[in-house]
Design a protein around this ligand. Sequence first.
Ligand code: PLP
Length: 223
Amino acid sequence: MTVADHFSEVKTRIRAACREGGRSPDGIDLMAVSKQQADEKIDAALALGHRCFGENRVQEAKQRWESRRALYRDLRLHMIGSLQTNKVREAVALFDCIESVDRPALVKELSREMTRQGRPLPCLVQVNTGDEPQKGGVALADLTALLSVCRAEGLKVEGLMCIPPPEEPAGLHFSLLRKLALAHGLKTLSMGMSHDLREAVIAGATRVRIGSALFGERKNPIS
Ligand SMILES: *Cc1c(COP(=O)(O)O)cnc(C)c1O
């Protein structure tokens, strides 16, 4: 199957889940997660007209996207991996959206850098809905306080993102994320990956992050 076939298959899955959930596919943004995928697959997606991509490492993303940025002005690059404060400068320069905001020190550094570069990027707060110790994202108990820090620092938080624990029913985590977003008046819900796309769409995802279902297995599945 070609990359084009995979795109149409994923779009079919999104439409089917929308029918099931009684919602319109227009409300769903498809992010193609390009991390650790071969350049020719990414170029095939670009040739199809796809413009929204996700990466989880700043260095890898720079290598791939710095040259392509100039060619595709309407590109939308999302940072979806844990972000160290010493990488914030490069991240703000490269990405169009930061989806992995998860701690006050990062909020402060992002805010400082966005001001300095004159790039007030939209952000999402990543929530560790399963309270897993090894996983990125703010703990449930600390979400409200972190959102206050974001407001105080002038960060443009548009919504929430989560990655459910692999061994638990994803739908429960997605519903929880939706409730949290509603409670805080946030509109964007970035949730759903290749294996739990259906559950995410039914629970109200506004953006799904799809890697392997579009591009196949990753070269070095380190994360
Ligand atoms: C890798 C990754 C994805 C894509 O995962 P697939 O299972 O390949 O669809 C989505 N979101 C995040 C945060 C990721 O790191």
